[in-house]
Write a protein that binds this ligand. Structure first.
Ligand code: FAD
Length: 305
């Protein structure tokens, strides 16, 4: 394959075939837009009248399109499509012990309800992360599992960033710097005493965006005491958010009804949604966060028996 460039009246469109070439294009065109599936950019251009005079497609760059199994998990290039991601996670689930793949299983379940086949066949994982939509279906799971992003700057400098409550800086804003691109995302293996689930509530079951969604992870000791807990939600603010107070306050407690009651109380104050917040249905959305935790609590409780 060779690099391509098409020059039109309003848009220049590049298709580099190496990472070095991509970084060079970005260095000389700092405002260029990377495009993979075009399922976000297409909507912005057609309906929001955004203009992107320099587009760069990254579908032919090996570092961005490969899937690798590493010691600590599965690393997906940023331009890996959701369909390829789904297949890679399903292969791992088939081949590896169940307790190593609990995070992957939750991603597979959520991907089933992510758009439809047409979108999943072209849209990439990196496009979902970088759009930083408050109702992204992947970001709550990525925050809850503590996924690690590898970023690379136009100078070729790489750095790793753990996705936690500090990653999303505001509505559609992330900790990725303007001169950086997303190279890959590492989704970690789970451990024996770790439980991980994802939830999505939409108005329509198939091919619809979320009202509220969530990623939930807990690590318990042998006596069912909480060693670590991560609760991330979409649809509860201008960014994907983590219920940080609830996460802290439940540390060290035993996985029983007392913990459940405390969690329900804390979650309502941890994730306030003022009446009149964009999206409406605030009461409904607040109750969904508690319902999701209730489901999570019961599923984990059953696994412990
Ligand atoms: P693109 O539109 O190609 O790019 C999106 C953004 O990411 C751009 O700003 C681009 O510059 C940036 N970007 C991409 N790669 C990189 C990189 N490597 N480094 C830096 N920046 C990068 N989303 C959900 O979460 N759940 C759904 O159920 C859902 N349903 C949808 C249904 C339809 C019909 C449509 C049109 C969209 C839907 N979406 C949904 C949103 C969208 O499909 C996803 O966010 C998708 O993952 C975007 O990927 P893409 O490759 O199409 O992004």
């Amino acid at each position: 394959t060779q690099s391509l460039v098409f020059v039109g009246r309003r848009v220049r469109w590049y298709r580099p075939v190496s990472l070095a070439e991509l970084l060079d294009i970005k260095k000389h065109n700092p405002d260029c837009k990377i495009v993979v599936g075009n399922t976000e950019i297409g909507v912005e251009v057609k309906f929001k009248k955004q203009q992107y005079p320099v587009l760069v497609t990254t579908t032919h760059i090996q570092e961005l399109t490969s899937v690798q199994r590493l010691q600590s998990g599965i690393q997906l290039g940023a331009s890996v499509t959701l369909a390829t991601m789904d297949a890679a996670l399903k292969d791992a689930i088939k081949e590896l012990p169940e307790d190593k793949c609990r995070v992957f299983a939750a991603f597979v379940e959520i991907l089933r309800w992510f758009a439809g086949h047409q979108v999943r066949n072209v849209a990439a994982v990196g496009g979902n992360i970088m759009t930083a939509s408050p109702i992204s279906d992947l970001n709550p799971l990525l925050l809850a599992c503590g996924a690690t992003l590898t970023l690379v700057s136009t100078e070729g400098k790489q750095r790793e960033v753990k996705m936690d409550h500090t990653f999303f800086k505001g509505y559609r804003k992330t900790a990725v710097l303007p001169n950086e691109i997303l190279l890959s995302v590492l989704i970690p293996f789970s451990q024996k005493n770790e439980y991980f689930l994802g939830y999505k509530q939409a108005n329509r079951k198939e091919d619809d965006i979320s009202v509220v969604n969530a990623g939930m992870r807990v690590v318990l000791d042998d006596t069912a005491k909480v060693l670590d807990l991560s609760l991330a939600f979409g649809g509860m603010g201008p960014t994907t958010v983590m219920a940080t107070t609830t996460m802290k306050q439940l540390q060290g407690l035993t996985w029983n009804e007392e913990l459940l009651n405390k969690a329900c109380e804390l979650l309502t104050s941890d994730l306030p949604l003022d009446p009149g917040s964009p999206g409406g249905t605030t009461e409904y959305r607040r109750s969904l966060t508690v319902s999701f935790f209730f489901k999570f609590y019961l599923t984990v409780k059953q696994k412990l028996q």
